[in-house]
Design a protein around this ligand. Structure first.
Ligand SMILES: [Zn+2]
Length: 358
């Protein structure tokens, strides 16, 4: 049975899902990523004599916003939750890279019209290409690569992959696929099968929303805790209802205004581009228990704001005390006079070697 590996350009797919919505005539069409590998395998099987394939792995490459305006925090957290879901529930291999927004809003429409800033995605296509070729060189890793892409940039890597004796299938979206990849005569020699159009698989790929009742676990929740939702919280994550999430956003902005902007002197011009997305160690120096946030200080004297929704699974806001040593990722960089913001805050892990020294 041929072994199949899937390689998905997650960023491309994310930005082109609206085309699928249009094709399907449904505004909020969303792909069910739990079904995607099986649906693609099923389509591929029709072109194979034995009619069987074994999907050994699914890779998704994408990016997430970092160092952005906190008004967009909810959207960013949902995106990161989505990547976690792919890993935990569907066993995808997910490789994501931060995009530095330099303190700005995510959507161009929300930014200053005179602002020429363009977010720069890093590493994603090269990571996909490297992985595709690396696995092609690992003996017996796969026989057929199914690549979910649309960009002409992938042409050389697909050609090299085939030179290593692998077969390539391309799945793409009409109107978002370069002619070199979709060419039925395949003059560029990039594929071994007819192109698979996701547009033609929409009923099978559609994510069906299931309404269910969950308990909102927010400390500021008002009224009955049971609410109807289509949202599935990730393992170990708490569920917060939409109203509470909106309230959290307001809280964060107020806290930022009150405690952070008070020190602001130089504005965002002072933000630097390094370190976003990397992990730091710090000490919780202030906690405002009733208001659901606090600050972490790092060795260089910089401060990072965190909200209870910025804690990683396994760390409860109640357990966070002043003096607790934590690991965290930078959500927003600090400037000289302005605190940054932290994300994925978790108990500091002592490295094995350090434990023995102590
Ligand atoms: Zn609530």
């Amino acid at each position: 049975m041929p072994k199949v590996m899937l390689f998905i350009d997650g960023t491309w797919l994310y930005y082109n899902t609206s085309k699928l919505s249009e094709a399907y005539g449904q505004q909020d069409f969303r792909i069910d990523f739990g079904k995607l590998p099986a649906v693609l395998a099923e389509t591929l099987k029709k072109d194979l004599p034995a009619g069987e394939v074994d999907i050994v792995r699914t890779y998704l490459f994408g990016s997430y916003a970092s160092n952005y305006d906190l008004r967009d925090d909810d959207a960013v957290q949902r995106r990161r939750d989505f990547f976690e879901m792919l890993k935990e529930e569907y066993h995808y291999e997910v490789e994501v890279y931060p995009i530095n927004f330099m303190g700005r809003r995510l959507r161009k429409a929300d930014r200053d019209p005179g602002d020429s800033f363009e977010p720069q995605e890093k590493c994603v296509d090269i990571a996909l290409a490297s992985s595709l070729l690396y696995m092609a060189a690992v003996p017996g890793a796969y026989d057929i690569a199914v690549v979910v892409v649309g960009d002409q940039d992938f042409m050389p890597v697909l050609q090299y992959c085939r030179r290593l004796g692998k077969r390539v299938a391309i799945a793409s979206i009409k109107g978002s696929c370069s002619p070199e990849l979709s060419d039925p005569r395949d003059e560029a020699r990039v594929k071994d099968f007819d192109i698979i159009w996701l547009d033609e698989l929409l009923p099978k790929l559609e994510l069906k929303y299931e309404w269910h009742q969950l308990q909102c676990e927010s400390p500021i929740h008002k009224g009955k805790r049971e609410v109807w939702t289509t949202y599935h919280p990730r393992k170990g994550r708490k569920f917060y209802c939409d109203l509470c999430r909106q309230e959290f956003l307001k809280q964060k902005q107020e806290a930022q205004r009150e405690f952070v902007l008070a020190f602001e002197a130089k504005g965002e011009g002072a933000l630097v581009g390094n370190g976003v997305g990397s992990s730091l160690v710090g000490l919780v120096t202030r906690k405002f228990a009733e208001r659901g946030f606090g600050f972490i200080e790092t060795g260089d004297g910089k401060n990072y704001f965190f909200h209870l929704t910025d804690l990683a699974p396994g760390l409860d806001f109640d357990e966070v005390q002043e003096g607790l040593r934590v690991d965290f990722e930078i959500k927003k960089l600090p400037s000289d006079d302005r605190a940054g913001a932290a994300h994925n805050v978790r108990r500091h892990e002592v490295p094995e070697t350090a434990r023995f020294e102590a």
